[in-house]
Structures are given as C-alpha cells and as structure tokens.
Design a protein around this ligand. Structure first.
Ligand code: MG
Length: 383
C-alpha cells in the first residue's frame, strides 16, 4: 500500500490522480490533499477519500473547510507554508506535485528533504531550479518520477536500457494555433486558445501549450530529469498526440511510447513503476489512426520555444526569469490585457531586464521570481 500526498488535488492532474486511486484501492490510499482555493471540491474529496489532513492555501476559505469537516477526523490547515509542512508527515510515502507554477518549488524541496518519493507534475519546479532540485534529490535519495506525459514516455523508453540515448525526440501537439499565420495570431483570443485539440488540461497550461512555451519548459524538464543537454533534445510537432515521445540510441534505434491521450496512464505509471497496472478505457488501434505525422516547429510563429532554449543555454537564474515572466504574461493574456504575440515580447524583454545570476541559491530564486514578476507587470501595465 502506497500512501499519497496530492498537492493540487482539485486541478486536472489532481482529480485524475484520485480516479487512479479509486480504481486501485488495494494499492493506494490518500493521506494528504491540498487545494489553492477550490474549497467545495476539496471538501468533497476529503469526505470521500478520508485523508489525515487537508490544506486550503487561500486563508479566506479556511473557516468554510473547517466547518464542513468538523465531524470528520480530517485535520485542516491553511496557507502556503502548510504545504511545506504536510509533506513531512511520516504517514506519507509519495508526494504528487500537481500545483501550478513557481508555487510548487518550496513544497517539492521540503518533500525531497524529507526523503519522499516525488511524482512530479509541476514541471515549473525543474524549469526554475532544476540544478538545485536534482542535486537535493541525489543527496536525500528521493526518487523523482515524471508525470508529464512526454517525460513518462521517455522514461518508459529508457527502462531496461544501460546506455543514455543520443537524442530525445520530444513530441508536441502544436496546440490550437498550429496552422495559423503570423497575421492571424495577432487577433486570437484566450477563449480560442482554451480549446486544445487533443488534451484537456488546466487553463494556464493550455495557454502555455498554445504559445509552445510548455514545450520549451518540457525541454528544460527533460534536461534535468534525464541528464541530457538541451541541444540533444529535438522538438517534433505531432498533431495526433499518439507518439508521446521517443529516444534515439547510438545504434540509430528509435524507441517510442504510443497510446491514446489519457493522463491517467503517466500518473499511474509514476505511482506503480516498475509495475504496470490495468487501465480502463479504449485501446489504441493503429489501423484506425492511420496517419502519424511529424514536422519541425516554426520558431518564427512560436518564439517562446526559442526563448526557452536560450534560457537554458544561459543557465543560472535565466529559466526562473523565463518562468516568472510567462506566469504574468499568461495571466494577462487570459484577462485580455495583452495580445497573443505580446506574451513572447513580455518574456523576452523581462529576460533582458532582470539581473543575471550564474549560480543561484534558493534565496536567489525567490528574489529573481519576485523581481521578474514586477518587471513583467511593469511592461504590461505601465508601458
Ligand atoms: Mg506534457
């Protein structure tokens, strides 16, 4: 029996993780659930899964959650600081990090220091501080297993191999705007971007997928997870989202992992590795799929991808600047404050304006994150 803490349990990955738990009650139990502000959803989950503790980050929702769970043995905590405390609980074996953005960094560090196994869905943690996270994981012998579908695919391709691949072929759906011209991209709206063709995800990552910065983040994530230089990670646009990624070895062999798009698979593989578990639902029929196409990404129309390669090449705190500027620009686009092409402009200008640090500490990351947010906000709202 593995005992789980699910950080961000009311989001898309969190709720699908609870589906996996519900399908395998003999293998998994939930000990901690946390949500940012969705109190009703958290209360419902707590009543159903009976964890030891829940955290509601938004303190204004604390009384509501306490009252609803007053007759249950579930302990209720609030505030972001509580996230770094609940991951220490001795009753937790695995911490699944499904929070959004920079906020995932400190709870992940706390979980690693407590020697917990990490099922990593919060990719921003590795984007911001990949060097720090991977060295802490080695020091504290905390395994980090990927939940991101592409990284799960790469991981599955590497199981049983002694050699490191020469190349990672990271696939991308291309997002909802894959076929639009540069002119058409000037006027697209957040509502259009939120209609992703193959994956149903949270709002922030769906916009990240439309700009393709999500793929840039995944290049950085893959670099740290698999110890491979970013130059050896090639992005391939694959609109069918059937090949979830591939690796190429020194003898030319390409190994890929294929399947229907369903996040429950990478979630449950991160929990069950090295075993595979039964998964309900339809099966991939290659005859029905017929076409599997691949093309190189267009960096002119999707400059965010180049910015991510540039950030990881510079290293230091540059990916942290990239991430913070993107969080601000992503939200501003969703609130109709900026246009789609302005997202990459805000990120690029912020990367030039914030001071570069070659060897950042955790404190540097905190300062860089807040400085970058200030600069990005200034570009959006005061210019
Ligand atoms: Mg992904």
């Amino acid at each position: 029996m593995k005992r789980l803490a699910i950080l961000g349990s009311t989001g898309s990955i969190g709720t699908q993780t609870l589906q996996v738990v519900a399908e395998h009650p003999d293998l998994y139990e939930v000990r901690v659930l946390t949500a940012y502000s969705q109190a009703d959803a958290l209360i419902g989950q707590a009543l159903r899964f009976e964890p030891d503790a829940v955290v509601i980050v938004d303190e204004t929702q604390y009384n509501k959650v306490c009252e609803a769970l007053a007759d249950s043995p579930v302990k209720v905590y609030c505030g972001a600081k509580s996230l770094t405390e609940v991951v220490h609980m001795p009753s937790v074996d695995v911490v699944l990090t499904a929070t959004v953005g920079f906020s995932g960094l400190e709870p992940t560090i706390a979980a690693i220091k407590a020697g917990k196994q990490i099922a990593l869905a919060n990719k921003e943690t590795l984007v911001v501080a990949g060097n720090l996270i991977t060295s802490l994981a080695i020091e504290h012998r905390a395994a980090i297993l990927p939940v991101d579908s592409e990284h799960s695919a790469i991981f599955q391709c590497m199981v049983g191999e002694d050699s490191t691949p020469d190349k990672i072929l990271l696939t991308a759906s291309g997002g909802p705007f894959r076929q639009l011209s540069k002119e058409q991209l000037q006027t697209v709206t957040a509502a259009q971007a939120l209609q992703h063709p193959t994956w149903h995800m949270g709002d922030k990552i769906t916009i990240d997928s439309a700009t393709m910065i999500n793929k840039g983040f995944e290049v950085i994530e893959a670099k740290w997870l698999f110890g491979i230089d970013a130059e050896q990670i090639e992005v391939l646009v694959h609109p069918q989202s059937i090949v979830h990624s591939a690796v190429q070895f020194c003898d030319g062999t390409v190994k890929a992992q294929l399947g229907l798009p369903d996040m429950r698979l990478p979630i449950q593989y991160a929990l069950s590795y090295p075993r595979r578990l039964e998964l309900s639902g339809s099966r991939l029929d290659l005859v029905k799929i017929a076409d599997l196409t691949f093309e190189r990404p267009d960096l002119q129309r999707f400059p965010c991808l180049s910015l991510a390669y540039e950030a990881i090449k510079r290293g230091g705190n540059m990916p942290c600047i990239l991430n913070a500027a993107n969080e601000v620009a992503n939200l501003a686009f969703r609130q109709d404050k900026i246009t789609f092409p302005q997202i990459s402009e805000v990120i690029s200008t912020t990367m030039q304006a914030v001071s570069f640090e070659a060897s950042p500490s955790l404190d540097t990351y905190r300062l860089t994150d807040s400085e970058s947010r200030r600069v990005a906000q200034d570009i959006i709202y005061n210019s």
